[in-house]
Every structure is written in C-alpha cells, then in structure tokens.
Design a protein around this ligand. Structure first.
Ligand code: HEM
Length: 507
C-alpha cells in the first residue's frame, strides 16, 4: 500500500515537472557555466533518463553522444558529474587530486564501514590519511625474508596448481572461482592476520558467501542509496547486506580479539599488529591521533583491505583466464615466452617480470578491456572548483567512467578487440603504455593502495598456472561469457575450465 501511494505521488510529480523540463531541456551550457545536464525532476532527479537495460558504465558512455564527454545528472538530491575523457579524468584525479578527494556517504556503504570509518569510503581527513599511511607502511614491511609477499604468493600459487592438477588428472571441469578466491584471500589473510585457510575450511566457505552478498548489494546506486528514507520499507537487498556485514564482523571481531590477547610490543606479525601498535602508542602519549584509532576504525581498515584486496584481484584473474580461453593464440604465446625464458626446471619469481613482456602486456590488456572498477569509487568535490571550463560546486559528486577511458575509439583503435600486442613496442619486445587513457588503479591521492601487491599477485598466479597448464572450454560447454555483471566490481559470469597439464609438467 505504502509503495502504491509512493509510486502514484511520484508519477504525478514526474508528469507535471517533465512538462516544465521539456521547455527548459537538458541544455548544454557555455564556458564557465555548469556542464551539460540530463533532465531532472524534483525528488527523483534524472532517474527517468537513466532507465536502461545497460549497466551504468555503458549507459554513461552512450550518453556522451548527446551530452559530450563531461555532463551532469541528478541522483536523487545529489548532483553527479560524469567524466568520460582522460583529460578531464586526470584533472580530477591528479591535477586537483586533493580538491576531489572526498567520498560520498550512502546507506549501504555506511552499513559496510560503520559510517565511513574505513579508507575506501572514508572521507578525506587526517584519520583517513593516517590509516592509508599505516597500511602502506605495513605492506612495505613485507618486503624481504621468509614471510615476504613473494613467498606468500608463491606458496599460494603452488597450492592453486595442485588443486588444478588434481582436477586435470580426474579429467573433470573446474570452477576456478573459489580456488582463485582462496589463493588471493590467503595472501590477504597472511598480511592482515598471519593466517590462511584450507580448501574446505567452514570459515572460508562462510567468507565466500558473505563476500558475494556484499558485492551484490553495496554501492550500486540502488534506490535506498538515492532515497535513504526508503529504508523504512522492507528491502531484500538491504536485509542481505546486513546479514553479510554481521557475518564479516563476527570474523573480524574474533581476529581482533585474538590479536589483542597475544599482542606484544616486541614483534609485529602483520597489519593488525601494526595498527594495534599505533593505537597503543597514540593512547599512551595521549595524542590527537587516538580518536582516529578506535576499535571500529582498526577493524574497518582491516575489513577494507579484505574488501578491496580480494574481490578485485580475483576478478581480474577470472577475466584473464576467460580471455585466454577465447584467445588460445595469446595463451600459447605466453607459454612459449615462459618456456623460452624460464625453461622447465624452475618456477617463476618476481625478478622474472622484466623478462616476460608478453605476459605483462596481456595483464595490462585484461585490466584495460575489463576494468574491475569501471566507475572507480565516486569522488566528491571538497570546494568550489572546475573541470575544464565547467564550474563545479563544493559537494558535487564526480564519477570517472574508466570504461569510457579504456574504450575510447580515438585512443585505442578497435577498443573491443582483445590485443595484448597494443601494450608492446614496435619490436614487440618491451611493454609500453600506448595511451594516456589508461588508469586501471585510478591515480592521485585516492590511487589504489594495493596496486603493487595486486600486480605481483597477477603476475605470479598467472605465470605459475600458465607454465603448467593450458586452459580450454570443457567439452560440450559454451565459452565463458565476456559480458560483465556490474556491482561494486565488474565480475564475469560463472564458468568452468578444462585444464590440461603442459608437456614436461604432467606429474
Ligand atoms: C587488480 C586488482 C585491483 C584493482 C584493479 C584495483 C583498483 C582500484 C581502483 C580503481 C580504486 C579506486 C580509485 C579511486 O577511487 O579513484 C581502488 C581503491 C582502493 N584499493 Fe584497489 N585495486 C586492486 C587491488 C587492491 C588490493 C590488493 C588492495 C589491498 C591490499 C586494494 C586496496 C584499495 C584501497 C584501500 C582503495 C581505496 C583507496 C582510497 O580511497 O584512498 N586494492 N582500487
């Protein structure tokens, strides 16, 4: 009943105001004015112009034809500027990095992050800066030695290969998704908690379930994010998100309490120890930083590293395998490069990265053609400013449509074709960046905090598996779909692979 009333009132308002707007139109503005804008109605904003079967990144790309590369729209009561060209994207992310470093709050992200007490959705503030610095420091700490990131990733690569080998020897198709997720989760778990999971560990299975629930429900510009008062109505997505967040919090809380119980100033085992040390030191010295180091802040920062570090890297690996199945000639060329440079008697190491340019070019092409965060995370202007000739007001939200940058016909020529060769120099021997329209990890003060870790993982997981196996479509199955499912990351649909051990790696 309440819904019926709500929709009726909206329809009447919409009709009346659409007449008015037809007269005013979504008009392009001149230099110094606001960007061209989509028609907008009170309360619902530009919702009527955004109805589309396409996911937002494709719709925003298409809207350029009518409004130009930078335009604005209203999401509920909020003005959103959409940027589709690299020049304006770099102005936002690099040239005016700090002005555009804000984050918007929403019902779903507030639920996930206890009101923005994390890094990715936390607003630009001294607390945000402190947490970024601490995580950066902790990631650097894992440089050398037996607990180095390289050793951890190689250990997980070996475990991944043995699971694939087992499926290959039984001749059964394999869904790589949970295997890749476990491998990447274990790397992040080692960094955060010095722990890892076996294949059927119930805690890991629960983590898989709640992570997918979060990806499916958070920050999708759902109605409840646009109109927070809709929370009063029953909402299946919101209920699912709350259950998933509760499951995640139980796990994080347990790890946090365990770490507090055996904390010692003398040893720093992982990121959580580093955060606890900073908290204790700030509390002992009674510094201003202590307020930003509450239990909630610490737990949310660790939660963020899981949230941002697992789903993203796993998704890129799944896209990579899907493309290699579609383009077996690319797979063969990577394997020839691996055989030629490494031989059969040793496994890949990080220092081989420079010697495997075609693999490097393939990773870059996967990150281009299927950017994992096609709209980055929306930024917010913290002061009145401009983008190009367009005025921007404090509080405006800015979406950088990375999809448009990575599929710009002018910059990429046949952007929908998967062609790692475009990232090699003319001789085909060194990786290059052929266009400035390429920002898979964002840029500026909000640049991805895990970029180097992610690149290491992508290189090691792919080189280890491709050295030993060829991946193809299981008999009688269709090839993996290359359409993505839009959520907080752009995921490929579920698919299975047939793995064949390569000559020399049969045992
Ligand atoms: C291939 C894998 C990955 C890709 C493609 C990726 C990409 C991105 C992108 C595009 C952003 C948003 C930048 C913006 O809003 O302008 C981001 C933010 C972030 N990423 Fe990643 N990421 C990956 C892996 C990781 C990993 C492994 C970690 C953690 C160790 C991580 C931690 C973060 C964090 C904390 C942020 C928020 C930064 C902030 O708002 O200050 N990411 N990432």
């Amino acid at each position: 009943m309440a819904w019926f009333l709500f929709i009726s009132v909206l329809s009447v308002v919409a009709l009346a105001v659409s007449l008015l707007l037809k007269l005013r139109g979504g008009s392009p503005r001149g230099p110094g004015g606001p960007p061209p804008h989509l028609p907008a109605l009170p309360i619902i904003g530009s919702l009527l112009s955004l109805r589309s079967a396409d996911p937002p990144h494709l719709l925003f790309q298409r809207l350029q034809e009518k409004y130009g590369p930078t335009y604005s729209l209203m999401m509920g009561a909020h003005k959103v500027i959409v940027v589709n060209h690299h020049l304006h994207a770099k102005e936002v992310l690099l040239k005016k990095s700090k002005i555009f470093a804000g984050r918007a709050r929403s019902v779903t992200t507030d639920l996930l992050t206890r009101g923005g007490k994390d890094i990715a959705f936390g607003d630009y503030s001294p607390t945000w800066r402190l947490h970024r610095k601490m995580v950066h420091g902790a990631l650097c700490m894992f440089g050398e030695g037996s607990a180095s990131i390289e050793n951890i990733v190689c250990q997980e690569s070996r475990a991944l290969c043995s699971t694939v080998s087992e499926a290959a020897s039984r001749g059964v198709p394999l869904d790589l998704s949970p295997e890749l997720t476990r491998a990447v989760t274990n790397v992040v778990c080692s960094l955060c908690f010095s722990s890892s999971y076996d294949r059927d560990d119930p805690e890991f299975c629960s983590m898989l379930r709640y992570s997918q629930g979060i990806v499916d429900t958070v920050a999708k510009d759902s109605l409840v994010d646009l109109f927070p008062w809709l929370q009063i109505f029953p909402n299946a997505d919101l209920r699912l998100l709350k259950e998933c967040v509760a499951a995640r919090d139980r796990l994080l809380h347990r790890k946090y309490e365990e770490h507090k119980a055996d904390y010692s100033d003398q040893v720093q085992r992982d990121l959580l120890d580093a955060l606890l040390r900073a908290k204790r030191s700030a509390e002992n010295h009674n510094t201003a930083e202590a307020a930003g180091l509450s239990d909630d802040h610490l737990v949310m920062t660790v939660g963020d590293i899981f949230g941002a570090g697992v789903e993203t890297t796993t998704t890129v690996l799944k896209w990579a395998v899907a493309y290699l199945i579609h383009y077996p000639q690319v797979q063969t060329r990577i394997q020839e490069e691996l055989d030629g440079r490494l031989g059969l008697d040793r496994t890949p190491q990080l220092r081989d990265r420079g010697r495997l340019p075609y693999l490097e070019a393939t990773i870059r092409e996967v990150l281009r053609i299927r950017p994992v965060a096609p709209l980055l995370i929306p930024h917010v202007a913290l002061a009145d400013t401009s983008i190009g000739n367009f005025k921007v007001s404090k509080g405006d939200r800015v979406i950088v449509n990375l999809w448009s940058l990575h599929h710009d016909q002018q910059e990429w020529g046949n952007p929908d074709t998967f062609d790692p060769g475009r990232f090699l120099d003319e001789e085909g021997v060194s990786p290059v960046l052929p266009s400035p329209s390429y920002l898979p990890f964002g840029a500026g003060v909000r640049v991805c905090l895990g970029e180097s870790l992610a690149k290491m993982e992508l290189f090691l997981f792919l080189s280890w598996t491709l050295q030993r196996f060829s991946f193809s479509v299981p008999a009688g199955r269709p090839p993996p779909s290359l359409d993505g499912k839009f959520g907080v990351v752009l995921q490929p649909a579920k698919y299975e692979v047939h793995a064949t051990p390569r000559p020399g790696w049969e045992t």
